[in-house]
Design a protein around this ligand. Structure first.
Ligand code: NDP
Length: 326
Protein backbone atom coordinates (compact mmCIF):
# COMPACT_ATOMS: atom_id res chain seq x y z
CA UNK A 1 0.00 0.00 0.00
CA UNK A 2 1.33 3.47 -0.83
CA UNK A 3 1.98 5.46 2.37
CA UNK A 4 0.07 8.76 2.87
CA UNK A 5 2.04 11.81 1.78
CA UNK A 6 3.98 13.66 4.47
CA UNK A 7 2.90 17.30 4.74
CA UNK A 8 5.92 19.61 4.58
CA UNK A 9 5.41 23.35 5.09
CA UNK A 10 8.10 25.75 3.86
CA UNK A 11 7.97 29.47 4.66
CA UNK A 12 9.79 32.06 2.57
CA UNK A 13 9.19 29.64 -0.28
CA UNK A 14 9.85 32.22 -2.99
CA UNK A 15 13.25 33.18 -1.58
CA UNK A 16 16.70 32.02 -2.64
CA UNK A 17 16.99 29.23 -0.08
CA UNK A 18 13.41 28.14 -0.73
CA UNK A 19 14.14 27.81 -4.43
CA UNK A 20 17.11 25.54 -3.74
CA UNK A 21 15.26 23.57 -1.05
CA UNK A 22 11.92 22.65 -2.56
CA UNK A 23 13.22 20.59 -5.48
CA UNK A 24 15.43 18.51 -3.18
CA UNK A 25 12.51 17.81 -0.83
CA UNK A 26 10.34 16.83 -3.79
CA UNK A 27 13.07 14.50 -5.09
CA UNK A 28 13.07 12.46 -1.86
CA UNK A 29 16.45 13.71 -0.62
CA UNK A 30 15.00 14.71 2.76
CA UNK A 31 12.45 12.07 3.71
CA UNK A 32 13.47 9.15 1.50
CA UNK A 33 11.17 7.09 -0.63
CA UNK A 34 7.88 8.49 0.69
CA UNK A 35 5.42 10.83 -1.02
CA UNK A 36 5.41 14.45 0.10
CA UNK A 37 2.86 17.23 -0.16
CA UNK A 38 4.41 20.71 -0.14
CA UNK A 39 2.63 23.62 1.53
CA UNK A 40 4.32 26.92 0.68
CA UNK A 41 3.86 30.04 2.82
CA UNK A 42 4.73 33.47 1.50
CA UNK A 43 3.91 37.08 2.26
CA UNK A 44 1.14 38.31 -0.05
CA UNK A 45 3.51 40.23 -2.36
CA UNK A 46 5.57 37.07 -2.99
CA UNK A 47 2.67 34.65 -3.52
CA UNK A 48 2.82 35.00 -7.30
CA UNK A 49 6.51 34.09 -7.30
CA UNK A 50 5.77 31.09 -5.06
CA UNK A 51 3.09 30.01 -7.51
CA UNK A 52 5.67 30.17 -10.28
CA UNK A 53 7.91 27.86 -8.24
CA UNK A 54 4.93 25.54 -7.71
CA UNK A 55 4.50 25.40 -11.51
CA UNK A 56 8.16 24.45 -11.91
CA UNK A 57 7.80 21.76 -9.25
CA UNK A 58 4.85 20.32 -11.16
CA UNK A 59 6.83 20.48 -14.41
CA UNK A 60 9.64 18.47 -12.82
CA UNK A 61 7.24 15.49 -12.58
CA UNK A 62 8.74 14.19 -9.34
CA UNK A 63 7.23 10.76 -8.71
CA UNK A 64 7.15 11.41 -4.94
CA UNK A 65 5.46 14.82 -5.13
CA UNK A 66 1.79 14.43 -4.22
CA UNK A 67 0.90 18.13 -4.55
CA UNK A 68 1.92 21.74 -3.96
CA UNK A 69 -0.28 24.44 -2.40
CA UNK A 70 0.57 28.10 -1.83
CA UNK A 71 -0.75 30.06 1.17
CA UNK A 72 -0.43 33.55 2.58
CA UNK A 73 -1.63 32.83 6.11
CA UNK A 74 0.15 30.68 8.70
CA UNK A 75 -3.04 29.00 9.94
CA UNK A 76 -3.71 27.52 6.51
CA UNK A 77 -0.07 26.78 5.68
CA UNK A 78 0.61 24.80 8.86
CA UNK A 79 -2.64 22.79 8.84
CA UNK A 80 -1.61 19.15 9.20
CA UNK A 81 2.12 19.97 8.85
CA UNK A 82 4.47 17.18 9.93
CA UNK A 83 7.69 18.95 8.97
CA UNK A 84 7.99 22.75 8.96
CA UNK A 85 10.98 24.59 7.54
CA UNK A 86 10.82 28.21 8.65
CA UNK A 87 13.05 29.95 6.13
CA UNK A 88 11.38 33.33 5.60
CA UNK A 89 12.57 36.04 7.98
CA UNK A 90 13.02 39.76 8.10
CA UNK A 91 16.57 40.56 6.99
CA UNK A 92 18.65 43.13 8.83
CA UNK A 93 18.75 46.33 6.83
CA UNK A 94 21.35 49.04 7.24
CA UNK A 95 20.90 51.13 10.33
CA UNK A 96 18.62 48.55 11.92
CA UNK A 97 19.27 47.93 15.62
CA UNK A 98 19.23 44.42 17.01
CA UNK A 99 16.07 45.19 19.01
CA UNK A 100 14.29 46.25 15.79
CA UNK A 101 15.38 43.07 14.05
CA UNK A 102 14.19 40.93 16.96
CA UNK A 103 10.87 42.77 17.10
CA UNK A 104 10.27 42.34 13.36
CA UNK A 105 11.04 38.64 13.58
CA UNK A 106 8.99 38.14 16.72
CA UNK A 107 6.09 39.45 14.63
CA UNK A 108 6.73 36.62 12.15
CA UNK A 109 7.78 33.70 14.36
CA UNK A 110 5.27 34.32 17.18
CA UNK A 111 2.20 33.94 14.95
CA UNK A 112 3.83 31.05 13.07
CA UNK A 113 4.52 29.26 16.36
CA UNK A 114 0.94 29.80 17.45
CA UNK A 115 -0.36 28.45 14.12
CA UNK A 116 1.90 25.39 14.46
CA UNK A 117 0.57 24.78 17.98
CA UNK A 118 -3.02 25.04 16.85
CA UNK A 119 -2.99 23.43 13.40
CA UNK A 120 0.05 21.21 12.81
CA UNK A 121 0.05 17.42 13.17
CA UNK A 122 0.96 15.86 16.51
CA UNK A 123 4.31 14.67 15.17
CA UNK A 124 5.36 18.12 13.89
CA UNK A 125 9.11 18.76 13.62
CA UNK A 126 10.26 22.34 13.09
CA UNK A 127 13.56 23.61 11.69
CA UNK A 128 14.16 27.36 11.80
CA UNK A 129 16.59 28.67 9.18
CA UNK A 130 15.57 32.36 9.11
CA UNK A 131 17.87 34.53 11.24
CA UNK A 132 18.37 35.16 14.09
CA UNK A 133 17.50 31.48 13.92
CA UNK A 134 18.13 30.38 17.52
CA UNK A 135 16.02 33.12 19.07
CA UNK A 136 13.36 32.85 16.35
CA UNK A 137 13.03 29.16 17.26
CA UNK A 138 12.68 30.05 20.94
CA UNK A 139 9.95 32.57 20.06
CA UNK A 140 8.06 30.04 17.94
CA UNK A 141 8.33 27.36 20.65
CA UNK A 142 7.04 29.74 23.32
CA UNK A 143 3.93 30.38 21.22
CA UNK A 144 3.15 26.66 20.90
CA UNK A 145 2.98 25.55 24.55
CA UNK A 146 1.30 22.23 23.73
CA UNK A 147 4.06 21.14 21.35
CA UNK A 148 7.09 19.56 23.11
CA UNK A 149 9.73 22.28 22.94
CA UNK A 150 12.40 19.92 21.62
CA UNK A 151 10.40 19.75 18.38
CA UNK A 152 11.62 23.31 17.68
CA UNK A 153 15.17 23.38 16.37
CA UNK A 154 17.39 25.90 14.58
CA UNK A 155 20.00 25.26 11.94
CA UNK A 156 23.71 25.10 12.70
CA UNK A 157 24.18 22.25 10.24
CA UNK A 158 25.57 24.58 7.59
CA UNK A 159 28.26 25.70 10.06
CA UNK A 160 28.87 22.02 10.83
CA UNK A 161 29.15 21.15 7.14
CA UNK A 162 31.42 24.12 6.45
CA UNK A 163 33.66 22.90 9.27
CA UNK A 164 33.75 19.37 7.85
CA UNK A 165 34.70 20.77 4.46
CA UNK A 166 37.63 22.73 5.95
CA UNK A 167 38.85 19.72 7.94
CA UNK A 168 38.55 17.39 4.96
CA UNK A 169 40.55 19.81 2.81
CA UNK A 170 43.23 20.08 5.51
CA UNK A 171 43.50 16.29 5.80
CA UNK A 172 43.09 15.77 2.04
CA UNK A 173 40.29 13.23 2.57
CA UNK A 174 36.61 13.12 1.70
CA UNK A 175 34.13 14.51 4.24
CA UNK A 176 32.47 11.08 4.48
CA UNK A 177 35.49 9.71 6.35
CA UNK A 178 35.09 12.30 9.14
CA UNK A 179 32.75 12.16 12.13
CA UNK A 180 31.96 13.97 15.39
CA UNK A 181 32.45 17.62 14.48
CA UNK A 182 30.72 19.93 17.00
CA UNK A 183 29.31 23.45 16.72
CA UNK A 184 28.30 24.99 20.06
CA UNK A 185 26.22 28.08 20.86
CA UNK A 186 24.51 30.62 18.63
CA UNK A 187 24.31 30.58 14.82
CA UNK A 188 26.17 33.87 14.58
CA UNK A 189 29.73 35.13 14.56
CA UNK A 190 30.01 33.92 18.19
CA UNK A 191 29.45 30.30 17.16
CA UNK A 192 32.00 27.83 18.52
CA UNK A 193 33.38 25.38 15.95
CA UNK A 194 35.08 22.61 17.96
CA UNK A 195 37.01 19.93 16.04
CA UNK A 196 38.58 18.38 19.16
CA UNK A 197 36.57 15.12 18.98
CA UNK A 198 36.73 14.65 15.23
CA UNK A 199 37.37 11.10 14.04
CA UNK A 200 38.97 10.08 10.74
CA UNK A 201 37.87 6.55 9.76
CA UNK A 202 36.78 6.10 13.40
CA UNK A 203 40.15 7.13 14.90
CA UNK A 204 40.90 10.38 16.76
CA UNK A 205 42.76 12.96 14.71
CA UNK A 206 44.46 15.92 16.34
CA UNK A 207 44.71 19.36 14.75
CA UNK A 208 47.39 21.95 15.42
CA UNK A 209 45.82 24.35 17.98
CA UNK A 210 47.30 27.38 16.20
CA UNK A 211 45.73 26.27 12.89
CA UNK A 212 42.40 25.75 14.66
CA UNK A 213 42.35 29.16 16.34
CA UNK A 214 43.99 31.26 13.61
CA UNK A 215 42.60 29.67 10.47
CA UNK A 216 39.88 27.09 10.98
CA UNK A 217 37.56 28.90 13.41
CA UNK A 218 37.60 32.27 11.59
CA UNK A 219 37.21 30.57 8.19
CA UNK A 220 34.11 28.68 9.35
CA UNK A 221 32.62 31.65 11.20
CA UNK A 222 33.19 34.06 8.29
CA UNK A 223 32.36 31.71 5.43
CA UNK A 224 28.97 33.33 4.83
CA UNK A 225 30.59 36.73 4.29
CA UNK A 226 33.24 35.20 2.00
CA UNK A 227 30.51 33.65 -0.15
CA UNK A 228 28.63 36.94 -0.37
CA UNK A 229 31.83 38.62 -1.53
CA UNK A 230 32.53 35.96 -4.15
CA UNK A 231 28.99 35.41 -5.45
CA UNK A 232 27.46 38.80 -4.83
CA UNK A 233 24.64 37.00 -3.05
CA UNK A 234 24.37 35.02 0.16
CA UNK A 235 24.77 31.27 0.28
CA UNK A 236 21.51 29.63 -0.65
CA UNK A 237 22.06 26.14 -2.08
CA UNK A 238 24.43 25.13 0.73
CA UNK A 239 21.97 26.43 3.34
CA UNK A 240 19.19 24.45 1.65
CA UNK A 241 21.37 21.34 1.46
CA UNK A 242 22.19 21.60 5.16
CA UNK A 243 18.49 22.00 6.02
CA UNK A 244 17.88 18.76 4.09
CA UNK A 245 20.67 17.05 6.07
CA UNK A 246 19.22 18.29 9.39
CA UNK A 247 15.70 16.99 8.77
CA UNK A 248 16.90 13.78 7.08
CA UNK A 249 19.04 12.87 10.09
CA UNK A 250 16.26 13.87 12.53
CA UNK A 251 13.71 11.64 10.80
CA UNK A 252 15.94 8.84 9.53
CA UNK A 253 18.64 8.82 12.25
CA UNK A 254 22.27 9.89 12.45
CA UNK A 255 25.06 7.60 11.23
CA UNK A 256 26.35 5.00 13.69
CA UNK A 257 29.33 6.41 15.57
CA UNK A 258 28.70 9.97 14.39
CA UNK A 259 26.93 13.01 15.76
CA UNK A 260 25.86 16.29 14.16
CA UNK A 261 25.30 19.87 15.32
CA UNK A 262 21.76 20.94 16.14
CA UNK A 263 20.43 24.04 17.88
CA UNK A 264 17.68 23.04 20.29
CA UNK A 265 16.18 24.24 23.57
CA UNK A 266 18.68 23.59 26.33
CA UNK A 267 17.65 21.46 29.28
CA UNK A 268 20.66 22.89 31.13
CA UNK A 269 23.31 20.78 29.39
CA UNK A 270 26.86 22.15 29.50
CA UNK A 271 25.73 25.03 31.69
CA UNK A 272 23.54 26.56 28.97
CA UNK A 273 20.52 28.08 30.76
CA UNK A 274 17.28 26.15 30.42
CA UNK A 275 15.22 27.13 27.38
CA UNK A 276 17.94 28.97 25.42
CA UNK A 277 18.13 27.50 21.92
CA UNK A 278 21.82 26.63 21.61
CA UNK A 279 23.78 24.39 19.29
CA UNK A 280 25.04 21.12 20.73
CA UNK A 281 26.42 17.89 19.32
CA UNK A 282 23.44 15.56 19.10
CA UNK A 283 22.34 12.17 17.81
CA UNK A 284 18.90 11.30 16.54
CA UNK A 285 17.46 8.10 17.98
CA UNK A 286 13.95 6.92 17.05
CA UNK A 287 13.20 10.35 15.59
CA UNK A 288 14.22 12.36 18.67
CA UNK A 289 17.33 14.50 19.12
CA UNK A 290 19.49 13.63 22.13
CA UNK A 291 22.29 15.98 23.15
CA UNK A 292 25.60 14.14 23.51
CA UNK A 293 26.39 14.59 27.18
CA UNK A 294 29.50 14.20 29.31
CA UNK A 295 32.06 15.71 26.92
CA UNK A 296 34.92 17.56 28.58
CA UNK A 297 35.28 21.05 27.05
CA UNK A 298 38.69 22.67 26.68
CA UNK A 299 39.18 26.00 28.45
CA UNK A 300 39.05 27.80 25.09
CA UNK A 301 35.80 26.16 24.00
CA UNK A 302 34.28 26.77 27.45
CA UNK A 303 35.13 30.49 27.30
CA UNK A 304 33.85 30.83 23.74
CA UNK A 305 30.62 28.98 24.57
CA UNK A 306 30.07 31.24 27.57
CA UNK A 307 30.40 34.28 25.26
CA UNK A 308 27.95 32.81 22.75
CA UNK A 309 25.50 31.98 25.56
CA UNK A 310 25.82 35.57 26.79
CA UNK A 311 24.77 36.71 23.30
CA UNK A 312 21.79 34.32 23.29
CA UNK A 313 20.80 35.55 26.75
CA UNK A 314 20.97 39.17 25.55
CA UNK A 315 18.76 38.29 22.54
CA UNK A 316 16.25 36.60 24.84
CA UNK A 317 16.25 39.57 27.23
CA UNK A 318 15.71 41.97 24.31
CA UNK A 319 12.69 39.91 23.20
CA UNK A 320 11.36 39.86 26.76
CA UNK A 321 11.77 43.64 26.90
CA UNK A 322 9.29 43.80 24.00
CA UNK A 323 6.72 42.18 26.28
CA UNK A 324 7.03 38.77 24.63
CA UNK A 325 7.45 35.90 27.08
CA UNK A 326 10.06 33.41 25.96
P1 NDP B 1 17.02 33.74 1.71
O1 NDP B 1 16.15 32.65 1.22
O2 NDP B 1 18.39 33.88 1.11
O3 NDP B 1 17.21 33.64 3.31
C1 NDP B 1 16.13 33.38 4.17
C2 NDP B 1 16.60 33.35 5.60
O4 NDP B 1 17.63 32.39 5.76
C3 NDP B 1 17.18 34.67 6.09
O5 NDP B 1 16.75 34.91 7.43
C4 NDP B 1 18.65 34.44 6.06
O6 NDP B 1 19.34 35.14 7.09
C5 NDP B 1 18.75 32.98 6.36
N1 NDP B 1 20.00 32.50 5.79
C6 NDP B 1 20.57 32.93 4.65
N2 NDP B 1 21.71 32.29 4.43
C7 NDP B 1 21.88 31.47 5.46
C8 NDP B 1 22.88 30.59 5.81
N3 NDP B 1 23.94 30.45 5.06
N4 NDP B 1 22.74 29.88 6.95
C9 NDP B 1 21.66 30.02 7.70
N5 NDP B 1 20.68 30.89 7.42
C10 NDP B 1 20.78 31.59 6.32
O7 NDP B 1 16.29 35.12 1.64
P2 NDP B 1 15.41 35.75 0.49
O8 NDP B 1 15.35 37.20 0.81
O9 NDP B 1 15.82 35.28 -0.87
O10 NDP B 1 13.99 35.10 0.74
C11 NDP B 1 13.26 35.30 1.89
C12 NDP B 1 11.83 35.03 1.53
O11 NDP B 1 11.10 34.96 2.74
C13 NDP B 1 11.19 36.13 0.67
O12 NDP B 1 10.56 35.51 -0.42
C14 NDP B 1 10.17 36.77 1.62
O13 NDP B 1 9.00 37.18 0.93
C15 NDP B 1 9.88 35.60 2.51
N6 NDP B 1 9.30 35.87 3.81
C16 NDP B 1 8.23 35.07 4.13
C17 NDP B 1 7.60 35.18 5.31
C18 NDP B 1 6.46 34.29 5.56
O14 NDP B 1 6.36 33.24 4.94
N7 NDP B 1 5.55 34.66 6.44
C19 NDP B 1 8.04 36.16 6.32
C20 NDP B 1 9.20 36.93 5.93
C21 NDP B 1 9.81 36.76 4.70
P3 NDP B 1 20.20 36.47 6.77
O15 NDP B 1 19.17 37.55 6.49
O16 NDP B 1 20.98 36.68 8.02
O17 NDP B 1 21.03 36.15 5.57
Amino acid sequence: MTPSPVNVTVTGAAGQIGYALLFRIASGAMLGDVPVRLRLLEVPQAVAAAEGTAMELADSAFPLLAGVDVFDTPDAAFAGAQVALLVGARPRTSGMERADLLAANAGIFGPQGRAIGEHAADDIRVLVVGNPANTNAAIAAAHAPDVPRERFTAMTRLDHNRALAQLAAKLEVGTGRLARMSIWGNHSSTQVPDPSRVLLDGEPVGFDPAWVSDHFVPTVANRGAAIIQARGASSAASAASSAIDHVRDWVQGTRDGDWVSVALPSAGQYGVPDGLVSSFPAVSVDGEWQVVEGLELSDGVRRALDASVAELTAERDAVRALGISI
